[in-house]
Ligand binder design. Structure first.
Ligand SMILES: *Cc1c(COP(=O)(O)O)cnc(C)c1O
Length: 400
């Protein structure tokens, strides 16, 4: 049995975020140790045999498990309020693990049309193995219900969506899934457990790209699946052991330390994003602003109830004048980074129509609401006044 940290049973999330993990080693380190080792040594041959036969729980080989990875998994599970978690090499590896572990040929998936582009591609790719996916509206629960088939095993949602921050009703989708004996998985990348806990709303599995807010400083690629430990142990761990999309201990350590400041960062970044959204709404060059914290957001009430009263740190807006004006705003930035990553303490700015959604046809883009004037800002921790000043250079030119 791998021991637990001795914490009060009622310790709250902010405490768990800095304390949950594994007990200290005999050296008494205060900051968690980084175990860069590919394998683990056994005291004798009989013990090695027992550990390989799974008769005794211990660390054996880092493709199967590693103390630093276990610390990250325990901490993230504590924050999501799930009994289990398994770390993966990336966010996409987490979704791959989910599909490999839970589905077989003949099974059917229902997924929002507005999820991360690579998620759509991955699910479509599984068509060649006999796993079919129906893509439905992010916001219309009736569409999810009517897409259900007897063979539907998994519903997959991501909320809020990127870049238009459309919110889906997690509790309603859980009801649709459970009514047919299917599971609901939610990609919680944008809100993180600091704002939204899908498991408490009925989701069975929570997927993460640790690359984004969990690391929080744009350093590593990482991922995880959170859910009931029995399900993870029986369905996902065996796939991980053979397929090997394991999280590296170094990346796990970076994410583990990132989790300590997650709620402080997410709250501060989300509050800055809302203030920036209000300010953008008042700019003459801006046609429309998307942020769940704005009263003008179509699912404002649902978002506030589901996301602990905060809209998240991503704000998108449409600048008058189409692509030329949008490029003008982006190119005038002196502080914000022009990069598609998000979840960083450094504010990032991107033009979705020519980057993340660049491979779609103009018709598909317009159907998804991605116009040429759309700009996405993932707000970091710079001073809000400096961010406004940075945006104002380009916006003034667009308004002129
Ligand atoms: C980035 C992202 C992913 C994929 O994560 P990687 O760590 O890049 O593999 C999945 N879902 C969402 C919502 C993302 O933003």
């Amino acid at each position: 049995m791998i021991p637990r940290v001795d914490l009060p049973a009622d310790a709250r999330p902010d405490t768990l975020a800095v304390r949950e993990g594994l007990p200290r080693t005999p050296w008494g380190e205060n900051s968690e140790a980084l175990f860069l080792t590919s394998s683990f040594v056994h005291p004798d041959a009989a013990t090695a045999a027992a550990r390989f036969a799974n008769e005794e729980e211990a660390f054996v080989y880092s493709r199967f498990g590693n103390p630093t990875v276990t610390m990250m998994e325990r901490r993230l599970a504590a924050l999501e309020g799930t009994s289990g978690c398994i770390g993966t090499a990336s966010g996409m590896a987490a979704i791959l693990l989910l599909v490999l572990g839970l589905l077989k040929a003949g099974d059917h998936v229902v997924c929002s049309r507005s999820v991360f582009g690579s998620t759509i591609r991955l699910l479509q790719d599984f068509g060649k193995f006999g796993i079919e996916t129906s893509f439905v509206s992010q916001t219309d629960v009736a569409e999810w219900r009517s897409a259900m088939r007897p063979s539907t095993k998994l519903l997959f949602a991501e909320t809020p969506s990127n870049p238009l921050t459309e919110v889906c009703d997690i509790a309603a989708l859980a009801e649709v899934a459970h009514g047919s004996g299917a599971l609901l998985a939610v990609d919680n990348c944008f809100c993180t457990p600091a704002l939204q806990r899908p498991a408490a709303l009925g989701a069975d599995l929570v997927v993460h790209s640790g690359t984004k807010y969990l690391d929080g400083q744009g350093r590593v690629i990482a991922g995880a699946v959170c859910g009931p430990s029995a399900l993870i142990e029986s369905k996902l761990v065996p796939v991980m052991r053979s397929a090997g999309m394991s999280l590296s201990p170094f990346n796990a350590w970076v994410v583990l330390k990132g989790l300590e400041t997650l709620s402080v960062r997410l709250h501060a970044q989300s509050d800055r994003a809302l203030a920036l959204a209000h300010w953008l709404q008042a700019q003459p060059a801006v046609e429309r602003v998307y942020h769940p914290g704005l009263e003008s957001h179509p699912q404002h009430a649902l978002a506030m109830a589901q996301q602990a009263g905060r809209g998240g740190a991503v704000v998108s807006f449409v600048v008058r004048g189409g692509r030329a004006a949008a490029f003008g705003v982006i190119d005038a930035m002196r502080i914000c980074s022009i990069t598609a990553n998000l979840g960083d303490t450094k504010t990032t700015i991107t033009h979705p129509a020519s980057t993340s959604h660049g491979r779609l046809t103009e018709e598909q883009r317009l159907a998804a609401g991605i116009t040429q004037g759309l700009i996405r800002v993932a707000v970091g921790l710079e001073d809000l006044e400096d961010l406004k000043a940075d945006l104002l250079h380009g916006l003034a030119a667009a308004a002129a």
